[in-house]
Write a protein that binds this ligand. Structure first.
Ligand code: AMP
Length: 541
């Protein structure tokens, strides 16, 4: 027997309509590429999204067409999110930090009809324009006054197009499984692969983001996503903020500590979200300039493991609560969340932080399990570790225009992460499967080691990679970026690790460098690092 409830489709257009109706005056504040701070409201953003949908229709964009963006977090990018998906086309956010060849590959693979581009990235597109002949036109996200001289063919000015359009556009009543947006993963091997989200997956993910035990976005929230809108849809925050009616603060091109701090103070931001690399910059700036972030209540850290020193700095020095989260582009991205439970209230702070080093529980909707090399499920005992697999309504079941099955038995998606699951449901990532160090048949977790190393006050950033060893197969090499003004010694770092890690995990050597290579999404690029140290001879070898 079927239930007798309405079949109302879950559509992205309904999020902005809701925000415009119930939170009409709530602000979206953006630091613009042109310079000044721009302020708008949900009502205005809804109207302009409709205008833009009209523009797209006039440009000949059809349902299902891909419309690309190379843009920072800002109000025009927000309008594009809603206009493109709302009209039934696919909003393809492109990470401008990728290598030129990857950009060319992605734009051609997606067959983007139009590209919307912030002023910053016009030269980048000019340099590859001849390799992306399928693009019919380029919309520069600025006004007539700032429109640059450009060699891009069919370059159009965003505000000029908008000025000619009314807000009369009617959102189509799409099937909720219609594709809404597309984001390629910057995978370390092979070509980038496209995760193609749907209206349904996006709306369900937004509900999850808003629940109190997840990110707790609500109408009182003032959220600043430092995580870019080209990285897994800024973790879904542009949608969740509209669903909740939260004030959105968009940092534009300035992700440095000072830029973020200024916005936090001026707009009284209470929720921050971003990867550890940006928090290193923010915490460094606060420390050096004696500044605080008093309005901030919660800092979401994801994309890479949050080290203890970072969690402690936010909680103990700045009075904010860290929410450690795990996810991937393929999981929309929220998968697990490390909010603590009531039963943890009485624990000493150090033990609470130890729990927060874990990536947390699966949120409702995401099932998790760990398996061994043969695919057998491993116990949830906090000790056994194996590949993490996930399943749920906002997890990919295939990649865009990709042949072949990507799901394993019973529809599980293999994440490529290695993790433990504890009996109370907390998951902890120990490594990417490609990054684990195999020493004498046992595994060493590079993430655990790195976390301990960065708790040394003279260390800014650290990475551990496996180096070939004649006896042990691989042994760990520690690569350290010293903190500003510090000059730590090898032995001082190693003795800091004594007692904090099991003996046989002790790195065989330490190398000091000025900086570590990072990927386009701000993670330490272990692949590049392994290449850089491919000829390295360990003193123990
Ligand atoms: P991306 O698709 O670029 O967001 O990358 C997803 C990958 O980032 C995951 O598969 C993990 O390897 C890594 N990752 C995400 N969040 C965390 C976290 N909190 N701790 C450790 N690794 C993480």
């Amino acid at each position: 027997m079927r239930g007798l409830m309405m079949d109302t489709p879950l559509l992205i257009s309904s999020l902005i309509e809701y925000a415009a109706l119930y939170h009409a005056g709530t602000e979206i504040v953006s630091r613009t590429v042109e310079g000044p701070i721009h302020r708008t409201t949900y009502l205005d953003a809804r109207n302009r999204s409709k205008q833009l949908a009209g523009v797209l229709q006039r440009l000949g964009v059809e349902p299902g067409d891909r419309v690309g963006t190379l843009a920072w977090n800002g109000y025009r990018h927000f309008e594009i999110y809603y206009a493109v998906s709302g009209m039934g086309a696919v909003c393809h956010t492109i990470n401008p930090r990728l290598f030129a060849e990857q950009l060319v590959y992605i734009i051609n693979h997606a067959e983007d009809a139009y590209l919307f581009v912030d002023l910053t990235f016009v030269p980048l597109l000019e340099s590859i324009q001849e390799q992306i002949p399928g693009v019919r036109g380029y919309v520069v996200m600025t006004d007539a006054e700032h429109m640059p001289e450009t060699s891009l063919p069919n370059a159009l000015c965003y505000e000029e197009l908008m000025a000619r359009e009314s807000a009369d556009f009617d959102w189509p009543a799409l099937d909720e499984n219609t594709a809404s947006s597309l984001c390629y993963t910057s995978g370390t091997t092979g070509h980038p692969k496209g995760a193609l989200f749907s209206h349904r997956s996006t709306v369900l993910h937004s509900y999850s983001a808003c629940s109190l035990d997840t990110l707790g976005v609500c109408s009182r929230t003032i959220v600043l996503p430092v995580v870019p809108m080209f990285h897994a849809n800024a973790w879904g925050l542009p949608y969740a903020a509209a669903l909740a009616g939260a004030k959105l603060v968009m940092p534009g091109a300035r992700l440095d500590g000072e830029g973020i701090h200024q916005l936090v103070e001026a707009e009284e931001v209470d929720l921050l979200a971003g990867v550890p690399t940006v928090w290193l910059m923010l915490l460094g700036y606060l420390e050096q300039n004696g500044k605080t972030i008093d309005s901030v209540e919660k800092v979401v850290i994801g994309g890479a493991a949050a080290p203890r020193s970072m969690i402690e700095a936010f909680q103990q020095r700045h009075g904010a609560t860290v929410i450690h989260a795990w996810g991937m582009t393929e999981t929309s991205p929220i998968g697990t969340i490390g909010t603590l439970k009531r039963q943890h209230d009485g624990l000493p702070e150090e033990e609470r932080v130890t729990l927060q080093l874990k990536q947390g529980r699966g949120v409702y909707g995401i099932e998790l399990r760990i398996v061994d090399d043969e695919g057998n499920e491993l116990p949830r005992d906090g000790v056994a570790f194996g590949e993490l697999q996930v399943r749920g309504p906002w997890v990919v079941r295939s990649y865009f225009r990709h042949d072949g099955e990507i799901l394993g038995d019973e529809g599980w998606f293999s994440t490529g992460d290695v993790a433990t699951l504890s009996p109370d449901g907390f998951m902890q990532i120990t490594d990417r499967s490609k990054d684990v160090i195999k020493s004498g048949g046992e595994w060493i977790s590079s993430i655990d080691l790195e976390n301990e190393v960065v708790s040394h006050p003279s260390v800014a950033e650290a990475a551990v990679i496996g180096i070939a060893h004649p006896k042990w197969d691989e042994r760990p090499l520690l690569v350290v970026v010293p903190a500003e003004g510090a000059a730590p010694e090898r032995d001082e770092i190693l003795s800091h690790l004594e007692g904090r890690i099991v003996k046989w995990w002790m790195p065989d050597d330490v190398v000091f460098v000025d900086e570590l290579p990072h990927t386009a999404t701000g993670k330490i690029s272990k692949l590049t690092l392994r290449e850089q140290f491919s000829d390295y001879q360990l003193p123990t070898a």
